[in-house]
Write a protein that binds this ligand. Structure first.
Ligand code: PLP
Length: 424
């Protein structure tokens, strides 16, 4: 596929190209394994000397089509399909960090990611050092030491809607020879391509906009192919032979991170994307460019309506001129600022519940970023494990309502919000 095609063309066409007479869209290869005539052919696959499939835990043609589509969209060297967004983040970290190491992470990340970093990874001996993404570079840099393996951030933070200052983080990462990872779930490559701003790893929960229909759980890690591990003292595991893989030295390979992630982590932890989910997610990506345009324009209209409403206390969407992140959004999200917004209802937590229960079109869901508009009260659901202080740190006050604006007619969405606010 010609890499110079525009992004909306890549959404539709990249990932799978049939040979003459083959199925036009990627078939669902629902098979755990693949049959061979010659022993040497299989041996070459195990030695990574040839491309092909031998066991779906390692690779599968339908999953590969999805991986290649997202890699093309992000301009990356390769993609790795995972069982979920959470497994994508977990596998990305474990590919570079082990007991005794640490990572730096923005404190404004999705609640599940926050939990992984604050509770589960420390149990494995990986310390996660949280920073305020708005802090000056010098303050963030203070957290880095010789054992730091990764800086983790989100392009648009869920649910605090903080837009990342890519250049600040990319400069820190470059200065210290550190991998820079970005969860690009809420922006998608249609609105922002983190590689163009210096990111080395791009992570998606494909359960969100990539699938777009709330039909398939999944995740993907994109190795941007722009990080040189060779002789970087921070990454001995990339520079020493991997005895579990015939003495392979990953830093010598053209796609070092992606190969290590698949050969070690996917092999050993097995949290792969299923062929069926890859198929659904692949089809979802076909319409991604169109959907992101509509999600963004609908959210802008809804944000303008809510910010003028007397019963709302505050509203966060980077399209609003008075939003703290408007300038960053103009720079990093010029084509649209996405469908996620959050706002505070004047008054108590009970008022939030009354408002949400009065909605008719918009449903209450844990999900975000699919075609249907939905709301959630994070402090009592996704973020309920956080203390009062940690809620504030994560940018989730008690009266925050997260609204994922779908692609319905904007007038109907606004009408529903209006009638529900009237009942508060
Ligand atoms: N990253 C972000 C920004 C998310 O919003 C989510 C889920 O909402 C995840 C990661 C986790 O993804 P999944 O639910 O597919 O495991």
């Amino acid at each position: 596929m010609d890499k110079n095609y525009k992004l909306d063309t890549l959404c539709v066409q990249a990932g799978y190209t049939p040979a003459s007479g083959e199925a036009r869209i990627p078939p669902v290869v629902q098979s755990t394994t693949f049959a061979y005539d010659k022993t040497q052919d299989m041996a070459d696959l195990f030695d990574l000397k040839s491309d092909g499939y031998f066991y779906t835990r390692l690779a599968n043609p339908t999953v590969a089509a999805f991986e290649q589509k997202v890699a093309a969209l992000e301009g990356g060297a390769c993609g790795i399909g995972c069982a979920s967004g959470m497994s994508a983040t977990t596998l990305a970290v474990l590919t570079v960090a082990g007991a005794g190491d640490n990572i730096l992470t923005s404190q404004a990340v999705y609640g599940g990611t926050y939990n992984l970093f604050s509770t589960t990874l420390p149990k494995l001996g990986i310390e996660c050092r949280f920073f305020d993404p708005d802090a000056p570079a010098a303050e963030i840099e203070k957290l880095i030491d010789g054992k730091t393996k990764l800086i983790f951030t989100e392009t648009i933070a869920n649910p605090s809607i903080i837009v990342l200052d890519f250049e600040k983080i990319a400069d820190i990462a470059k200065k210290h020879g550190l991998l820079f990872a970005v969860d690009n779930t809420l922006a998608t490559p249609v609105l922002c391509r983190p590689k163009e701003w210096g990111a080395n790893l791009i992570i998606h929960s494909s359960s969100k906009y990539l699938d777009g229909h709330a039909a398939a759980l999944g995740g993907v890690i994109i190795d941007a192919g722009n990080f040189d591990f060779k002789n970087n003292a921070r990454y001995p595991s990339f520079n020493l032979p991997d005895e579990s893989y015939h003495g392979l030295v990953y830093a010598d390979l053209p796609v070092a991170f992606g190969t290590k992630c698949r050969a070690q982590m996917i092999r050993d932890l097995g949290a792969i994307m299923s062929p069926q989910n890859a198929f659904i997610s692949y089809i979802g990506c076909d319409t991604l460019a169109l959907r992101m345009e509509r999600h963004s324009s609908n959210a802008k209209k809804v944000a303008e309506f809510l910010s003028a409403h007397p019963k709302t206390e505050w509203i966060l969407h980077p399209s609003l001129a008075d939003n703290k992140y408007h300038k960053l959004a103009e720079k990093y999200l010029p084509a649209g600022q996405g469908g996620m917004l959050s706002f505070g209802i004047k008054g108590s937590v009970e008022k939030c519940a009354a408002f949400m229960e009065a909605l008719k079109l918009i449903t209450q869901e844990t999900h975000v970023a699919d075609v249907r508009s939905c709301v959630l009260h994070p402090a009592s659901t996704t973020h309920r494990q956080l203390s009062e202080a940690d809620l504030i740190k994560a940018g989730v006050p008690h009266n925050l309502i997260r609204l994922s604006v779908g692609i319905e007619n904007p007038d109907d969405i606004i009408e529903d919000l209006k009638q529900a606010l009237e009942k508060v």
